[in-house]
Design a protein around this ligand. Structure first.
Ligand SMILES: [Zn+2]
Length: 238
């Protein structure tokens, strides 16, 4: 292959690269249905997590207060036993009576504090249960959509296989330095590393090329001539 054929061929390689770029881009285009289902699942998960954290805190308060009730009831029982032991001493009777009354008041206070926590606890448990059910209900549909998406991506990859093979075959005989340089330009120039020039203009950036650049580029020799403005390889279509 002569040197000008190299650039022409590199341009064909680029056509295939652009097709492959497009296929890769399509891989990321998940259906709006799947995106919504994923978002919905995430919302449910976040909501469930928040609910469970709040529930945990409420349950901690409940346990603390129930423990207080238990301890205070034990104190009451002990005082009652002491009171019984001293049944004959009226002064001590009234002292125990006072202590027991105070302790009973304390129990009532604890129980009053517990009531709203119990309500919260049951509401939060219900909420968590509902969210778990919602999550379960969504799962089969989401699974179907995920499977369909995996198949869609696989389809695009299969579709690209022929193009990849063709590219490999075409690139085989290309100058390796030319190819490497082309790939570097492509990365920084929106996927376009080589452009034809027409009417003295670079079709990559539309700048008017200096005559000496046009002349050198028209020869199509290696190393390839690059546009002084956008840096892409230039070639003259045959
Ligand atoms: Zn240019």
């Amino acid at each position: 292959m002569n040197e000008s054929g190299q650039l022409e061929r590199l341009y064909q390689v680029q056509q295939l690269d652009l097709t492959l770029d497009q296929l890769r881009e399509q891989e990321g285009e998940t259906s709006s249905e799947l995106r919504e289902a994923r978002a919905q699942q995430e919302r449910i998960n976040n909501d469930l997590e928040d609910t469970e954290i709040t529930l945990e805190n409420v349950e901690k308060q409940v346990r603390r207060l129930e423990l207080d009730v238990g301890t205070t009831n034990e104190q009451i029982a002990r005082n009652k036993a002491e009171q019984d032991k001293n049944a004959t001493n009226p002064k001590m009777q009234s002292q125990y009576e006072n202590v027991i009354q105070q302790l009973q008041e304390r129990v009532s206070e604890y129980e009053e504090s517990l009531a709203p926590y119990y309500e919260q606890q049951s509401a939060l448990s219900e909420r968590a249960k509902a969210l778990r059910a919602e999550h379960r209900a969504l799962r089969p549909r989401l699974g179907e959509l995920e499977d369909a998406d995996t198949a869609r991506i696989q389809g695009l990859r299969d579709q690209g296989q022929g193009t990849r093979d063709e590219r490999k075959e075409l690139a085989k005989d290309l100058d390796s330095r030319l190819l490497k340089e082309y790939e570097m330009i492509r990365k920084s120039k929106k996927g376009i590393g080589i452009v034809p020039f027409e009417g003295g203009r670079c079709t990559g950036c539309n700048v008017m090329l200096p005559t000496n650049v046009q002349q050198r580029a028209a020869l199509g020799k290696l190393p390839g001539v690059r546009c002084p403005s956008c840096g892409r390889f230039l070639f003259k279509p045959s």
